[in-house]
Design a protein around this ligand. Structure first.
Ligand SMILES: *Cc1c(COP(=O)(O)O)cnc(C)c1O
Length: 243
């Protein structure tokens, strides 16, 4: 991109960010929540490092990537932008056990711990490298076959073993809602919150973090208690129409 393109893209990013923050504030108000409880994670998987830099300049501070290889590429890229040294990167996508080495120690939060086996691999890697990973447990609340994550029963069964792992701290739960069905999305988000309440009271832990809500459904997620919305298209794509 040349400079004028940069400027107009940055103007789009800034304006859209204000609109998104407004939508979050309105949704929080409808639910009697404080908007400051909701973190906005800009999902940068479809854009390149210069666009991440522009997003940083308009105020985004936290980014999400869904593939380990692309995460590593982005981290290498932003190393040449010193102002972004404190940028937060989270891993939000499906993670295979043979890829944990690319993620552990490189991210602030892993949203997508989807099995006991993966939790064990993350902890094992952490023990070897003196890193305790902050994680969320991904739960397939809607039961769609295409979605990864623990079933609610699996997470109930595995929680004790996961909490016993030495190099892992569980902060809450993450889910993805079915697309194009706002009623199903709401049921998914409220189901995630109820499951969190149940697991928290059983374990005696707080589990304060609920990572849910994407471009099409984040206001509903905020109404239902989300504390991190993961937004890609609505942040970065000028052709995406914010509903
Ligand atoms: C891509 C992605 C998002 C963002 O989706 P949008 O619909 O573009 O907002 C959120 N979470 C995960 C896990 C993703 O892979």
């Amino acid at each position: 991109m040349d400079e004028t393109e940069d400027e107009s893209y940055a103007a789009f990013l800034a304006e859209r960010r204000e609109e998104i923050l407004q939508r979050i504030a309105e949704a929080a108000a409808r639910a009697g929540r404080d908007a400051s409880e909701v973190e906005l994670l800009a999902v940068s998987k479809t854009v390149d490092v210069p666009q991440v830099d522009l997003a940083w300049k308009v105020g985004y501070r936290a980014f999400g990537e869904n593939r380990p290889q692309e995460l590593v590429r982005k981290l290498k890229g932003i190393a040449s932008y010193p102002q972004m040294a404190s940028a937060r990167f989270d891993m939000i996508g499906h993670l295979q056990t043979n890829k944990v080495r690319e993620v552990v120690g490189n991210v602030t939060l892993i949203h997508s711990v989807s099995s006991l086996h993966l939790a064990e691999a993350i902890s094992k890697r952490g023990v070897g490298h003196d890193v305790t990973s902050d994680v969320l447990l991904e739960v397939n609340v809607s039961g769609e076959e295409s979605k990864s994550g623990f079933s609610p029963d699996e997470v109930r069964a595995a929680l004790g073993d996961i909490l016993a792992l030495p190099a892992l701290r569980v902060h809450g739960l993450m889910t993805m809602a079915p697309a194009h069905d706002m009623d199903a999305a709401r049921r998914t988000f409220s189901g995630l919150r109820e499951l969190r309440d149940e697991l928290a009271s059983r374990s005696g832990l707080d589990l304060p973090v609920l990572s849910c809500g994407m471009s099409d459904d984040f206001p509903i997620a905020v109404e239902e208690g989300s504390t991190i919305v993961r937004l890609g298209r609505t942040v970065f794509d000028p052709s995406y129409v914010l509903g």
